[in-house]
Write a protein that binds this ligand. Structure first.
Ligand SMILES: [Zn+2]
Length: 119
C-alpha cells in the first residue's frame, strides 16, 4: 500500500536515478541507469526496497572503487581469516559485510592490505 496516497497501487518498475551521497566527508554524485524501485501508479510516489538499496550501495562502491561485501567475504574465506581476527583491524567489518556501512578509504586500504587484494 502506498504510504503517500493510501491506495493499493504499487508496482515494480525501473528508472534512471541520479543521486548524491557523502563519503569520508566529501559529496559525490553518481548514477544508476536502471534502478529497480516500487512506484505508486496513482500518485507517482517512488519507494525504495531492499533491492533498490542494495543496487544503490553497489553503485556507491563502484563509483568509489571500494571492495564489495562479496569480494571481502571471498577473500576472507580464501585466506582463512575469521571475522574476529579482521575485526581487530576493522571493527566495522560486520556492518560492511551486511551492507549497513560503506567502508572509508582507510578501512578499504586496511582490508586490501590484509587480504592481499591490489587496489
Ligand atoms: Zn500513492
Amino acid at each position: 500500500m502506498c504510504y503517500e496516497c493510501g491506495k493499493k497501487a504499487i508496482m515494480r518498475t525501473v528508472l534512471a536515478y541520479e543521486f548524491q551521497f557523502k563519503h569520508d566527508g566529501i559529496m559525490h554524485t553518481t548514477f544508476v541507469a536502471q534502478l529497480p524501485v516500487l512506484q505508486c501508479f496513482e500518485c507517482k510516489e517512488i519507494l525504495f526496497d531492499n533491492v533498490s538499496n542494495e543496487r544503490i550501495n553497489q553503485a556507491i562502491r563502484e563509483h568509489l572503487g571500494l571492495l564489495s561485501p562479496g569480494e571481502i567475504e571471498g577473500a576472507l574465506a580464501a585466506q582463512g581469516y575469521s571475522n574476529y581476527e579482521v575485526e581487530k583491524l576493522v571493527p566495522k567489518l560486520e556492518d560492511i559485510l551486511t551492507g549497513c556501512w560503506i567502508q572509508t578509504y582507510e578501512e578499504d586500504y586496511k582490508l586490501r592490505t590484509l587480504l592481499g587484494i591490489a587496489p
